[in-house]
Design a protein around this ligand. Structure first.
Ligand code: UD1
Ligand code: CA
Length: 447
């Protein structure tokens, strides 16, 4: 038994007032369509077919090989949109699930329930419905006296009695495939000049077939995005959903309203997240870390028991027991060994700091390799750029770099060496040697 899904995403999304196609507007770092694409894959165990039209190339490029595509050249309505998938799917599947690219909060559980209902019944259609006081322009579910679904009436065509109906159509269906492909051909043009997918309900009823409906209790799942207000509502709901899931896994989140965790992030238990903290991209956090307040961690890996206080961490690697901040900035390729301490106003880019190294106050390290237990004095700078090229700095174990040292790369400082405060080091320093001055000179050997 094969199940495939179709995601409608050909519409323009006029009310977003945007150059970006609606379904590509991000929610916690993901284009909103990636959420329905992911749940479709989970439930059907195959990539969905996305119906694209408006800005088709952009949508295909963003979703990539997570989906297959069919193009709806002219947007002649939801029924017409589904018809575009016929050539690809007819004869290849027994059931077709249909969702929209602008419904990011629908869960795989709900979609699975819909499929299960369809599998358990003989009627050709199963659909979701929900109850709401504000109809927001959704189609109304018309039921007969015996409670069976008779029709979906679009707001534009509804009578005053129908407009008062509180049961709404979110636009999520499961069809028996053979029935679907034939019935789509019977849809007639609506007064608005569109082929309405919703007409299939009346077509089934006319044939004496039954329509199964599941009423979803969680209205949040049914949020469809038409405006940027809906976008912010959906983002808040997704944020809350993700935060709650992490709290249930053993992560403390002090202020969920100001904590933004993208769905791609992983966090170990007993980590504590303070207010206004953003964890994004491919970030992985170990156990018992302290993050925030006011911290941004993107595409980075942190070991266990790390502390990141009011700092920005981008594409960096922190081993266990590292503490940084307040106001530290780790950039791409920063790798801090176990137990490294980095205090305020430091910046590290493309550099390795060995275990136990300390860099307490306003320093810049770029393209540097630093050994074990090195002290980087306040105001130390690797002058790694000569205006044309970047050059490396190497500092051995147990080196003491005095305050305000300029390290003019390329340069090697041998193990156990020291630089005096204010040194401008322009040549490599041999191990266990003290250098001072501008340009720095060796003044004695150290024991
Ligand atoms: C549709 C339903 C309505 C339901 C509502 C829920 C129909 C006729 N009506 O109305 O009952 O309450 O969704 O949001 O189905 N699309 C295409 N190609 C088209 C037209 C639409 O791909 O030619 C896509 C859109 O990009 C969108 C989805 O289908 O993702 C829904 O289209 P939209 O025009 O918003 O339908 P509604 O009028 O809101
Ligand atoms: Ca809509």
């Amino acid at each position: 038994m094969k199940i495939r899904s179709v995601i409608l995403a050909a519409g323009k999304g006029t009310r977003m007032h945007s150059e970006l196609p609606k379904v590509l507007h991000p929610i916690l770092g993901q284009p909103m369509i990636m959420y329905p694409v992911a749940i479709a894959q989970t439930v059907t165990l195959s990539p969905p077919v996305v119906v694209v039209g408006h800005a088709a190339e952009q949508v295909c490029a963003a979703v990539g090989d997570a989906a297959e595509y069919v193009v709806q050249e002219q947007q002649l309505g939801t029924g017409h949109a589904v018809q575009q998938a016929e050539a690809l799917l007819r004869g290849n599947c027994e059931y077709v699930l249909i969702t929209y690219g602008d419904m990011p909060l629908l869960t795989a559980d709900t979609l699975q329930k819909l499929l299960d209902v369809q599998l358990a019944h003989t009627g050709p259609i199963s659909m979701l419905t929900f109850m709401a006081d504000d109809p927001r322009g959704f189609g109304r579910i018309v039921r007969a006296a015996d409670g069976s679904v008779r029709a979906i009436v679009e707001q534009a065509q509804a009578t005053p009695e129908e407009l008062a109906i509180k049961e709404l159509n979110p636009g999520v269906y499961c069809f028996s495939a053979d029935w679907l492909w034939n019935a789509l051909k019977q849809i007639e043009l609506s007064p608005k000049g569109e082929y309405y997918l919703t007409d299939l309900v009346e077509i089934a009823v006319r044939e004496g077939r039954s329509v199964q409906a599941i009423t979803v209790a969680d209205e949040i799942e049914m949020i469809g995005i038409n405006t940027r207000i809906h976008l912010s509502d959906a983002t808040a709901s997704m944020q809350q959903r993700i935060n709650r899931a992490w709290m249930l896994e053993g992560v403390t989140i002090q202020d969920p309203a100001t904590t933004y965790i993208e769905p791609t992030v992983k966090i170990g238990r007993d980590t504590v997240i303070a207010p206004n903290t953003h964890l994004t991209g491919s970030t992985e956090i170990g156990t018992a870390c302290q993050l925030g307040p006011n911290s941004f961690v993107r595409d980075s890996k942190l070991g266990d028991r790390c502390e990141v206080f009011s700092s920005v961490v981008e594409a960096a690697l922190l081993e266990d027991d590292v503490d940084i901040g307040p106001f530290a900035h780790l950039r791409k390729g920063a790798h801090l060994g176990a137990g490294v301490h980095m205090g305020n106003f430091g910046e590290v880019k493309n550099s390795y700091l060995g275990p136990g190294t300390k860099m307490g106050h306003f320093s810049y390290l770029g393209d540097a390799t630093i050994g074990v237990n090195v002290n980087i004095g306040a105001g130390t700078i690797t002058c790694n750029y000569d205006g044309e090229r970047k050059h490396p700095t190497e500092i051995g174990d147990d080196v003491f770099i005095g305050s305000d040292t300029m390290l003019v790369a390329p340069l090697k400082i041998g193990a156990g060496a020291r630089t005096g405060a204010g040194s401008v080091v322009t040549k490599s320093v041999t191990e266990k040697t003290l250098v001072v001055g501008m340009p720095a000179r060796a003044i004695r050997k150290l024991d």
